[in-house]
Design a protein around this ligand. Structure first.
Ligand SMILES: *[C@@H]1O[C@H](CO)[C@@H](O)[C@H](O)[C@H]1NC(C)=O
Ligand SMILES: *[C@@H]1O[C@H](CO)[C@@H](O)[C@H](O)[C@H]1NC(C)=O
Ligand SMILES: *[C@@H]1O[C@H](CO)[C@@H](O)[C@H](O)[C@H]1NC(C)=O
Ligand SMILES: *[C@@H]1O[C@H](CO)[C@@H](O)[C@H](O)[C@H]1NC(C)=O
Ligand SMILES: *[C@@H]1O[C@H](CO)[C@@H](O)[C@H](O)[C@H]1NC(C)=O
Ligand SMILES: *[C@@H]1O[C@H](CO)[C@@H](O)[C@H](O)[C@H]1NC(C)=O
Ligand SMILES: *[C@@H]1O[C@H](CO)[C@@H](O)[C@H](O)[C@H]1NC(C)=O
Ligand SMILES: *[C@@H]1O[C@H](CO)[C@@H](O)[C@H](O)[C@H]1NC(C)=O
Ligand SMILES: *[C@@H]1O[C@H](CO)[C@@H](O)[C@H](O)[C@H]1NC(C)=O
Ligand SMILES: *[C@@H]1O[C@H](CO)[C@@H](O)[C@H](O)[C@H]1NC(C)=O
Ligand SMILES: *[C@@H]1O[C@H](CO)[C@@H](O)[C@H](O)[C@H]1NC(C)=O
Length: 735
C-alpha cells in the first residue's frame, strides 16, 4: 500500500515544479519552455520617436533612423532611443558643394543650387550654367547685336563694342549710345556758360560708357551724376541767365538728354531729387523682358499717368525702361511769351491773348520714338492760380517746341476745374497749361458800334458822293478833291467792315490789308491835296483850278507807288494772325504811318500859312468879306477833318498793338463817324448845298403832287429860284 502514497507525492512535486520554474528576463514561458519575448511588439513605444526598435534574443535595442543620432553618446544606436536630428549643413561645409545652399531638414537636408548653377551632373554638386551657350541654343538675345556674352561662375556679363553701352548694368543688352547730343557745338546751347559745363560733364560720362575698355573700369554712379546735373541746372535757371526762347529750348533739351543718359545708371527703381529750381522723379525698370503695368509719377505741380508698355516703346528693347517727370519751379516767367504759333483758338472771330497758367514740366520716357506714342499719356497740371473756365477764359494744353515757341499740336485738353487741367498728349516734350483770354466783355458792344457806325458812315458818304458829283452849283477843284476823298473813304470803310477781323483765308486777308493800306493812304493824299488847294486859293488867288489829271495822278498814284513798293519789299507783312492789317513786327506799318505823318506835317504847315494869310487879308482896307468868310469856313472844315482823321490814326496806332478797349472804342467811333462828319461839314454846313437839297426835295414833292393831283405846269417860283441860285453858284464855283 505504500507505493500509491509515493505516486501521489511525486505527482504533486511535478505540479509544484511546473508551477515554480521561472523564465529569464526577455523570455516568455511557453508551455514548459521559456521563449524569447519580442519587446518591440509587446511594448510599443519602448523606443522613442525617430528610432527603430530591433528585437534580439532575450533583449532589444533602439537604433536611430537615418539622419538622426543619439544626442549624448554620438552614436546611432541607443537603448533609450533618444535620437535627435543631425544638422548636416553645419556639420560639414561641403555637404552641398560651394555653389549650393544647404537647408537642414528633419532627418535629412536639401541642397539648392545657387542662382546661375545647376546640378545636372551629380547630386549635391552644382555646376555653373553657361547662360551664353544656352541663350544661343534657344535663341535668346542676351547682350544685343553689338554685345559679346561672356560666361562667368554663376553668371554672365555683356561686353559692348565701341559706341554701345549697357549703362553699367553688366547683364543688360548693349544699346547704341550717341554722344553727339552732348557735343555742345552748334545750336544756342553752346552760347550759355552753364550749359556748356553740363554738356561737358555729360559728354565725359557718355564717352566713358560707350568706350569698351573704360566701361569695365568706370564705376558708374548715376545718382551722383544726377545730383551734379541738377546743381549745374540750378545755376543756369537762376535769374538773368536764360534770356531768349532759344536758350530755354537749349536748356530743356540738354536736361532731357542728360536724364536719358543718367536714368539707366541709377541704382534704385524710383529716384526723386529736388532742388530750389527743379523737382524730378525718375522710375526705372530693368530686366530682360519688357515691363508692363501702370506708371504714375507725381509731384506738387503735376502728375504723369502712363504705362510701361508706352514707356518702353515697341522698338528694340534695351533691357531697361524709364519714365521721368521733371518740373521747373521758376521757368514759367521766361516762357510767358512766344504764343504766336497758337492757331485755331478763335471764338466768335476773336483771337484770344495767351499767358502761361502752370509750371513747366518735362516728361520723358526711354521709348526713342516719343514723337508718336502708341498710347496717349495723361499729364495733370496744377494751375498757378485758381480760376474756373468761362466765356473769357479757357485752358489750353501746349508744349514748348525745339524752335522756342508754344504749340498745341497733338496735345488735347481733357478737362479742367479751377485748380487742375488734365492734358492728353500723343508725344512727349515740355508741357504747360496756357490760359486763353478772350476780350469778351466789350467785344459785342464794339462790334455793334462798328457795324452801326460804319453803316451810317457809308450812307453819309454815298450822299456826299452824290452831292459832289451832281451838285452843279459847287463844281470846282475843291469839290473834285472832296468827291475822291469820299470815294476813297467809302471803299476803305467797306473793306474795314468786311474784312479787318477776318483772318481765315490768308490770301483774302492779304488783299484786304493791301486795299486798306491803299485806300486809307489815298484818303490822306487827297487830304493833302485839299490843304494844297486851300493854300493856293488864299496865296495865289488867281488860277486856282488844277487840271483833274494831275489831281488823279497825285491822289491815286502816290499811294499806289507806296503800296507796290511795300508789297515788293515785305510781301509777307500784309495780314497778321489777329487782323487783316499791316504787320507791326517787321516795320511795314511805317509804310502807312510814315506817309500819314508826312501828310499831317505838310498840311499843318499849309494850314498855318493859309490862316496867317487869311488874317492878313481880313486886315486889309477893303476886304472881300463874303469870299474871305467862305475861305475861312473851308479852312476850318479842312482843319477839323484833318484833326479827326489824324486823331483816329493816333488811336489806330495803339489799337493793333495791345488790346485796350478804350482805345478800340475811340478808334471805332472816330472811324465810324468819318462819313457822317464829312457829310455834315461839307454838305450840311454849305449854304449852296443846302439850297440844292431843298430844291431837289421840292422837286420830288411837286412830282409826287403831280402824280397825285395831275397838275401839269411847273411851279414858276421854283424855276425863278433856280435861276437866281445858279447865278450865285457861278460866283462860288470860281473860288
Ligand atoms: C549606424 O547604424 C547602422 C546600422 O543600422 C550601422 O551600419 C552604422 O555603421 C552605424 N553608424 C554609426 C556612425 O555608428
Ligand atoms: C567650414 O567653414 C568654416 C568657416 O565657415 C571654416 O573655418 C572651416 O575650415 C570649414 N570646414 C571645412 C571642412 O571646409
Ligand atoms: C528641396 O529644395 C527644393 C528647391 O528649393 C524644393 O523644391 C524641394 O521641395 C525641397 N525638398 C524638401 C524635402 O523640402
Ligand atoms: C539634383 O537634381 C535632382 C533632380 O535632377 C534632384 O532630385 C536633387 O534634389 C538635386 N540635388 C541637389 C543637391 O540640388
Ligand atoms: C569657376 O570656378 C572654378 C573654381 O571654383 C574655376 O576653376 C573656374 O575657372 C571658374 N570659371 C570661371 C569662368 O571663372
Ligand atoms: C540725339 O540727337 C538726335 C538728333 O539731334 C536725336 O534724334 C536723338 O534722339 C538724340 N538722342 C537722345 C538720347 O536724346
Ligand atoms: C525694382 O523693381 C523690380 C521689378 O518690379 C523688383 O523686382 C525690384 O525688387 C525692385 N528694386 C528695388 C530696389 O525696389
Ligand atoms: C504773363 O504775362 C502776362 C502779361 O503778358 C502777365 O499778366 C502774367 O502775370 C504773366 N504770368 C507770369 C506767370 O509771369
Ligand atoms: C489721343 O487723344 C486724342 C483726343 O482724345 C485722340 O483723338 C487720339 O486718337 C488719341 N491718340 C492715341 C494714339 O490714342
Ligand atoms: C469754380 O466753380 C465752382 C463751382 O462751379 C465753385 O465752387 C468754385 O468756387 C469756383 N472756383 C473759383 C476759383 O472761382
Ligand atoms: C480737379 O481735378 C483734379 C484732377 O482731375 C482732381 O484731382 C480734383 O479733385 C478736382 N478738384 C475739384 C475741386 O473738383
Amino acid at each position: 500500500m505504500g507505493s500509491g502514497k509515493e505516486l501521489l507525492i511525486l505527482g504533486v512535486l511535478v505540479m509544484l515544479q511546473e508551477c515554480w520554474t521561472d523564465c529569464k528576463i526577455g523570455q516568455n514561458k511557453k508551455g514548459r519552455h521559456c521563449v524569447d519575448a519580442n519587446e518591440c511588439e509587446e511594448q510599443p513605444g519602448v523606443c522613442r520617436e525617430n528610432s527603430n526598435c530591433f528585437n534580439t534574443d532575450g533583449s532589444f535595442y533602439c537604433s536611430c533612423k537615418q539622419g538622426f543620432r543619439d544626442s549624448d553618446k554620438q552614436v546611432n544606436y541607443t537603448l533609450e532611443g533618444n535620437c535627435q536630428d543631425i544638422n548636416e549643413c553645419t556639420e560639414d561645409n561641403n555637404t552641398c558643394g560651394p555653389a549650393a545652399h544647404c537647408t537642414n531638414l528633419m532627418g535629412s537636408f536639401n541642397c539648392t543650387c545657387n542662382f546661375g548653377y545647376t546640378n545636372s551632373t551629380s547630386v549635391g554638386h552644382c555646376t555653373d550654367i553657361n547662360e551664353c551657350f544656352e541663350a544661343q541654343m534657344k535663341p535668346v538675345d542676351l547682350c544685343g547685336e553689338k554685345g559679346t556674352c561672356i560666361n562667368s561662375n554663376g553668371s554672365y556679363w555683356c561686353s559692348c563694342s565701341e559706341g554701345y553701352t549697357n549703362y553699367g548694368n553688366s547683364r543688360t543688352k548693349c544699346s547704341p549710345l550717341n554722344c553727339d547730343n552732348f557735343s555742345g557745338d552748334g545750336g544756342p546751347a553752346s552760347l550759355l556758360g552753364g550749359l556748356a559745363d553740363i554738356l561737358s560733364m555729360m559728354r565725359n560720362s557718355c564717352v566713358a560708357l560707350s568706350n569698351p575698355s573704360a566701361a569695365s573700369e568706370v564705376k558708374t554712379d548715376g545718382d551722383a551724376l544726377l545730383e551734379k546735373l541738377f546743381t549745374a541746372a540750378e545755376s543756369i535757371l537762376s535769374p538773368g541767365q536764360l534770356k531768349s526762347s532759344e536758350d530755354v529750348s537749349g536748356l530743356l533739351s540738354t536736361v532731357e538728354n542728360a536724364i536719358m543718359l543718367i536714368g539707366p545708371q541709377l541704382k534704385h527703381n524710383n529716384t526723386k531729387i529736388e532742388t530750389t529750381e527743379t523737382d524730378a522723379e525718375i522710375a526705372v525698370q530693368r530686366g530682360n523682358t519688357r515691363p508692363t503695368g501702370p506708371i504714375q509719377l507725381t509731384n506738387e505741380v503735376a502728375s504723369l499717368d502712363t504705362d510701361w508698355t508706352t514707356a518702353a516703346g515697341s522698338g528694340s528693347y534695351p533691357g531697361f525702361a524709364l519714365a521721368a517727370l521733371l518740373s521747373y519751379k521758376k521757368l514759367e516767367k521766361l516762357v510767358n511769351r512766344s504764343f504766336e504759333g497758337l492757331k485755331g483758338h478763335e471764338k466768335d472771330g476773336l483771337n484770344p491773348s495767351f499767358q502761361i497758367s502752370s509750371k513747366v514740366v518735362s516728361v520723358l520716357v526711354s521709348n526713342p520714338n516719343t514723337q508718336q506714342l502708341n498710347r496717349n499719356v495723361t499729364i495733370t497740371l496744377r494751375h498757378l492760380q485758381d480760376a474756373n473756365e468761362s466765356e473769357q477764359l479757357s485752358y489750353v494744353c501746349a508744349y514748348w517746341k525745339e524752335t522756342g515757341a508754344w504749340s498745341t499740336e497733338g496735345c488735347y485738353q481733357q478737362e479742367s476745374n479751377a485748380t487742375y487741367t488734365v492734358c492728353e498728349c500723343e508725344h512727349l516734350s515740355s508741357f504747360a497749361v496756357l490760359m486763353a483770354l478772350y476780350p469778351m466783355k466789350h467785344t459785342f458792344g464794339l462790334q455793334v458800334v462798328t457795324k452801326v457806325g460804319l453803316t451810317i458812315s457809308l450812307l453819309c458818304l454815298v450822299l456826299c458822293i452824290l452831292t459832289f458829283k451832281f451838285c452843279r452849283s459847287i463844281k470846282g477843284t475843291r469839290t473834285t478833291i472832296h468827291l475822291h476823298l469820299c470815294i476813297c473813304l467809302f471803299i476803305a470803310d467797306i473793306f474795314f467792315l468786311a474784312g479787318i477781323s477776318q483772318t481765315k483765308p490768308v490770301g483774302g486777308c492779304r488783299f484786304v490789308a493791301a486795299m486798306l493800306h491803299y485806300f486809307f493812304l489815298a484818303v490822306f493824299t487827297w487830304m493833302l491835296l485839299e490843304g494844297v488847294q486851300l493854300y493856293r486859293m488864299v496865296v495865289l488867288v488867281f488860277n486856282t483850278t488844277m487840271r483833274p489829271l494831275y489831281l488823279y495822278i497825285t491822289g491815286y498814284g502816290t499811294p499806289l507807288v507806296i503800296v507796290v513798293i511795300s508789297a515788293i519789299i515785305r510781301p509777307g507783312g500784309y495780314g497778321t494772325d489777329e487782323h487783316c492789317w499791316l504787320s507791326l513786327k517787321d516795320g511795314l506799318i511805317w509804310s502807312f504811318f510814315g506817309p500819314v505823318c508826312f501828310v499831317i506835317i505838310l498840311n499843318v504847315i499849309f494850314f498855318l500859312v493859309t490862316v496867317w494869310k487869311l488874317a492878313q487879308k481880313f486886315a486889309t482896307l477893303n476886304p472881300d468879306l463874303t469870299k474871305l468868310h467862305k475861305i475861312r469856313a473851308f479852312t476850318v472844315t479842312a482843319i477839323a477833318q484833318m484833326c479827326i482823321l489824324g486823331l483816329m490814326w493816333v488811336f489806330g496806332a495803339f489799337l493793333f498793338q495791345e488790346e485796350n478797349t478804350v482805345v478800340a472804342y475811340i478808334f471805332t467811333i472816330l472811324n465810324s463817324l468819318q462819313g457822317a462828319l464829312v457829310f455834315f461839314m461839307h454838305c450840311l454846313l454849305s449854304k449852296q448845298v443846302r439850297e440844292e437839297y431843298a430844291y431837289f426835295l421840292s422837286c420830288i414833292c411837286t412830282s409826287q403832287k403831280k402824280s397825285y393831283s395831275d397838275l401839269t405846269s411847273t411851279n414858276p417860283s421854283s424855276s425863278q429860284s433856280q435861276a437866281s441860285r445858279s447865278g450865285q453858284h457861278t460866283g462860288e464855283s470860281q473860288i
